[in-house]
Every structure is written in structure tokens, then in C-alpha cells.
Ligand binder design. Sequence first.
Ligand code: AMP
Length: 491
Amino acid sequence: MTSSFSNLSLAEPLARAVAEMGYETMTPIQEQAIPVVLLGKDVMGAAQTGTGKTAAFALPLLQRMMKHENASTSPARHPVRALVLLPTRELAVQVAEQVELYAKYTNLRSTVVFGGMDMKPQTAELKKGVEVLVATPGRLLDHIEAKNTVLNQVEYVVLDEADRMLDIGFLPDLQRILSYLPKQRITLLFSATFSPEIKRLASSYLQDPVTIEVARSNATASTVEQHFYAVNADDKRRALHQILKARGIKQAFVFVNSKLGCARLARSLEREGLKTTALHGDKSQDERLKALDAFKKGEVDLLVCTDVAARGLDIKDVPAVFNFDVPFNAEDYVHRIGRTGRAGASGLAVSFAASSDQRLVADIEKLIKTKIELEPMEFEEDQPRKDQGRINDGRRMYRDSGDQAVRDAEDAPQGRPERAERPERRERREAPPQRQQASRDPFFDKPYESTLAADAQPAWEASAKGGAPRSSVSANIKPKKKVAALFKTGE
Ligand code: AMP
């Protein structure tokens, strides 16, 4: 079997875009799915975000749509031909961005619609005509009902992250949307697992699908260097500063367990001269997108986030992930460290474990089937300590109120974890990460070369002034319902 894109005979504009993305070889899901989709068969794929799944469906669909490509400005010449449904706005934006990149040298148009934003700009885009529509189910229904889009020429449907869509309670919305579509179509369903509900969804809406299963990207885990340091709550920020400097890390995700802790840690790090933004469930949609965008553009160095806010996000080339708090759920550890070392790049995952985290560390050990050696954190003498001093701009390193607040947040087991803004299915228990290294890494002894601009104004502070935080629950998110009961055909 070939694994090179050049052997696929993609149309020149698509091949050019792929080459520009720097892809050389296909990922396993791409190797398996692209030829099948090109043949026009339905697919039931078990693959998660991070495996190259988006290109696996987007490239062959764009290839098949090339016959409709035209430069006309008439909306009628650009009907929706492919509909991609995703459970969350972040995932929808991510997928839409990728589709746009793959289609950039074609005349095929794409757009994305999702809840929590004004409908008007989305409506304007829809009315211009788009061949590929990426959407979350609730908002798509709003647009269908407002007659902003017509779906009677849809030839392709992708139900992406289908298990999560069912978990969230989107089944009735999916059923309604699918009822608006032509029966003659190609349907692709991607899900992390093939639960009985997913199988039933597939048997209702897919015709004779080809089943494709790829293991969760082992490459991710095997390229991540993992360290666990024994650090008490008061020393965690100091440890973070030291490792960032010693490693010359330009950008990192910093995970905390609570929304409150997230906001406060971000503020503290900002005061300490790091360009930092916070991403948690209380941030408005606009703020979240701004935070992500700032991180992607390299305008901020640290994205301090909670699990709920970061789930499923694909930001490439994050060199490091810090578990400022050891996660309450061991599965979240695997998920968090999956943010680094993606698509073959190497990464670093550092966890700070206080003595009260023993049980949580043991849970992770059990899940990843790897003995975790807690390494002692050796602090450099010239690093400011909370009780010692000041940083070089003359400000006190920690303010009293914030200091207490951060300590509160760091009391992880007592602190309240962020409530899932949407019911979330837990990640599959597989792909144990590589054995973490117990010995001190020579990189830690490298001299510090600063890459941080201490005087930079944080983008997130400006955007956070915009208004009171909104509810973390999108109007589109329905309470979880018993999935089986929603299917008409009982088992
Ligand atoms: P996805 O699973 O679709 O979210 O993709 C995960 C990441 O892998 C994205 O950032 C893609 O740009 C990247 N990617 C997808 N396919 C390839 C490939 N064949 N080679 C290298 N990177 C890829």
C-alpha cells in the first residue's frame, strides 16, 4: 500500500495545497479512508482528532467535488454539496480551517456555522453559496429554519466525533438534519468508539459502510518525554518559570483543574512577565476564539486551560504541556499530554505533583501501565521565591490577594473541578504513553536564553474586559438523554 500523497492522483490544486501544508506521507487513517471515499463508499471510521482524520475525509470529498468547481459569482452555482457536522464550536472552527486550507487553490467554497455567535455574518456567508458547510447541529437547524441555506443538493455528509454528538444529546437534531438531506448521498461517520448507539446510528443512516479502525495515534505518546516532579503547591509557579527558562520553551499549555484556578494562575503568570491567556468554560465564545487565535499566532506564550476548554483542540507544535495540577481523572492525563508531540513532533509533558496528589498519580500509573518515578525539583538559587523577593521590574512577584487565591486553586483535591459544560465521554483507555524518564535531563542545565518580552501587553486582558462572562453552556447543548430511547426502532 502506498503512503505518499503523490500516488493519489489528487487534482493539481489539492495536491499543491497538501504539498504546501508540508504533508509527505499519509497517516494510517488517510491511507485507509481516502481511497475508499474516492470510490464513493460510506465509511464508518474509528479515529480520533489528532490522527489526520480531517484530511482523510476532506481531501477525497474535495476531489470528488472538483467536477462541480466553477468561478461563477452566482450563489446558485455554489450549492451546499458537503455537510460536516461536529459537536462543538471549537472543533467546527478547527475542521473548517483545515478544509479552507485544502481548498484554497480551488473555486470550491466553504464556511462554518456554530452557536454562541451572531447569526448575521454566518447568514451572509451562506447566502453567497458554499460547497462545503461545516456546522454544529443546533445552529445548523437555526439556519435551516430561517431558510438561510438549502440542503437539497447535499451529496456528502460527515458525522464527525459522532460519539460525542450522541453524548451531548444531539441525536434528535441529527435525525432532523438528516431528514432534510437527499437519500442518495455518501455518509461518513467518525467516532472514537463503536458503541452500540454508534452502531445503531450507522445502521440507520449509512449504507453498507466500509469499517476502518485505526488505533489512537501511538506516535503522539511515544514522542512525548514525560516528567513528574514532586513540588508543593507554593513552589509550582517557581518550578514552572525555571523549567520554561531552562528548556527555552517558547509556548506551552498549562493545565489546571478548576476554572477559578485557571483564571487566577493566568493572572499571576501575566504579572510575573509571561504572556499568558486563559481558556476555561466561563469564557465567552468570542474570548475563547481570541485566546486560541493569539496562541496560534504566537502572541501569547502560555495557554492556561482547563480540560473542558482544551478538549479536542488541535494546536500544532506545542512544545510542552504542564500539568500544574495533576488531573482528577487519569484519562485526562493522556488527553492533556496528547496536546504535545502531535503528528510526529516531539514534545515534553511535565507534571507537578504535591504530596496530596499521591492517589491521582497512582491512578495515572495504573492507566498508562507505567511506573512513575517522582523526581525532586531542584531550584536554582537565583530564582525568586515567594518569600524571598522581587522580579527585576521591581514589582513584588506575588500580590497578597492573588497569592492566596492561587494557593486556594492549587489545593487541587479540595478545589472544585470545572464542571463539564457539555457532558463529555471519557477517552478510550489505550495507547499507554512511553515510559517517563526518571533521570534528570541535561537540558535542564542549559543556560537560559530569554524569548519572552516582559513588557508586552496581554491580548487576553483587553478582550476579557469586553463584558461579563457568559454561561458556559451553549444554547445548542441539550441535556444528556438516553440515546437508545431516542431511536424509534427499539432493540
Ligand atoms: P486531525 O486529526 O485531522 O485534527 O489532524 C491532526 C493534525 O495533523 C493537523 O494539524 C493536521 O494538519 C496534521 N496532519 C494531518 N495529516 C497529516 C499528514 N499526512 N502529515 C502531517 N501532518 C498531518
